[in-house]
Design a binder for this molecule. Structure first.
Ligand code: GDD
Ligand code: MN
Length: 366
């Protein structure tokens, strides 16, 4: 008789987590006593030998398997591959570093088995949950800001949308897998944003713990990836036609912006930051008019209302413009070419521009 098929596949993405694996498997086995489970450790060829350590464990405990990926890096991609390797009815993702509390796994699984939820999120912002010792103050503030932005963009009220700790019905993953982005950190936000059906989501609180061994891989690039995820989700039709239009106008704005930047740089005595600021102003003004005629034609502002709208447009974009100039100057200062710096600034700014102008200038959120 073959052993009972697992009902839960727990995917553990790893990069340099060798020292955490033994303890992790011990704790999960303890928490899931009585449940047929399996663990898939998806390792991106960590230099510390995580994959060998994982395979060592699987020789002792066949519930543990390891997928070693080579020439690839990416948390989301690792999670997707691990989940797609499963044939169990339920799959989940958890970090290897003990920051996620494995003791809530049975409660999370129960929500799925009762059939009351499609997706269960381990949440730091739910009753009984907190970020505990796991986060610095700065990281906590950044995290809360990103959560707010993502919740708006994805139109969801999940409180811990950035969680890397969740279980769901495997079918949900199978359905959305082809459109998920393998590069980012924000796999949960991506799954929720990509799912065609309305998912029944339950959150279970837990206290985020400090890392056991090793260090965090989350860095500035992750924040940029995250901005990319938002732009992507949004242009794919979370806010359908209008967003695509806004994106097209934005694309035209990029051309205008770069032309203006180039022209301003040709003026003697104009530094890069000033040139980027001028180009931003020119692009904002033309974008306002094109959007008013094109993107928001059903809410077109005329006469004094248009002037007021333009001023409002400047105001709501001020934050985006600040981020734009800041990022662009910083990147330019690192010695990158002017057009790469200019483009990076534009990308940062445009995410904000759409959000705020839809809400405040044209008051259209559909
Ligand atoms: N395979 C693979 N490839 N695994 C990775 C990669 C990668 O490129 N980068 C990170 N991991 C693994 C880590 O080894 C760890 O098991 C898990 O993914 C989370 O990485 P951490 O580096 O520990 O992330 P964190 O603790 O800073 O971030 C946590 O909080 C975020 C929300 O603010 C995680 O839970 C994130 O998933 C979460 O988004
Ligand atoms: Mn961690």
């Amino acid at each position: 008789m073959p052993p009972a098929a697992p009902i839960l596949t727990l995917v553990i993405p790893t990069f340099n987590e060798r020292l955490n694996l033994d303890e992790l498997v011990r704790r999960v086995a303890d928490a899931l006593r009585g449940v047929p489970w399996e663990m898939v450790i998806v390792d991106d060829n960590s230099p510390d030998g995580t994959a060998e350590a994982a395979k060592e464990i699987s020789r002792r405990d066949p519930r543990v398997r390891c997928i070693r990926r080579v020439n690839r890096r990416g948390l989301a991609g690792a999670c997707i591959e691990g989940m797609l390797s499963s044939s169990a009815p339920y799959v989940g993702v958890m970090d290897a570093d003990m920051q996620h509390d494995e003791r809530i796994l049975p409660q999370m699984l129960a929500c799925l088995r009762e059939g009351t939820a499609d997706l269960v999120v381990g949440s730091r912002h739910q009753d009984g949950g907190s970020t505990g010792e796991g986060f610095s103050e700065k990281r906590e503030a950044m995290s809360l800001l990103a959560i707010r932005l993502a919740r708006w963009a994805l139109q969801t009220d999940v409180s811990d949308i950035m969680s890397g700790f969740f279980l769901l019905r495997r079918e949900v993953v199978e359905e959305v897998a082809p459109v998920l982005l393998p590069s980012g950190f924000k796999i949960l936000a991506d799954i929720i944003g990509s799912s065609e059906r309305t998912l029944r989501i339950v959150e279970v609180g837990y206290v985020f713990r400090g890392r056991l061994a090793g260090e965090s891989k989350l860095d500035v690039k992750v924040a940029l990836d995250f901005a990319g995820l938002i732009v992507n989700k949004v242009t794919r039709g979370v806010v359908p036609v209008r967003f695509v239009l806004f994106g097209l106008v934005g694309g035209l704005g990029v051309v205008i912006h770069l032309a203006a930047l180039r022209a301003s740089l040709a003026v003697p005595g104009v530094g890069f930051a000033a040139a980027q600021a001028i180009a931003t102003l020119v692009a904002m003004t033309t974008n306002f008019h094109i959007n008013n005629i094109f993107t928001y034609r059903d809410a077109r502002l005329r006469g004094w209302a248009a002037l007021r709208g333009l001023l409002l447009f400047y105001a709501v974009c001020a934050l985006g413009a600040l981020a734009n100039v800041g990022i662009a100057s910083w990147i330019y200062g690192l010695g990158q070419p002017w057009w790469i710096a200019g483009l990076a600034g534009v990308v940062m700014g445009s995410v904000w521009n759409y959000a705020l102008s839809s809400l405040f200038v044209w008051r259209r959120t559909d």
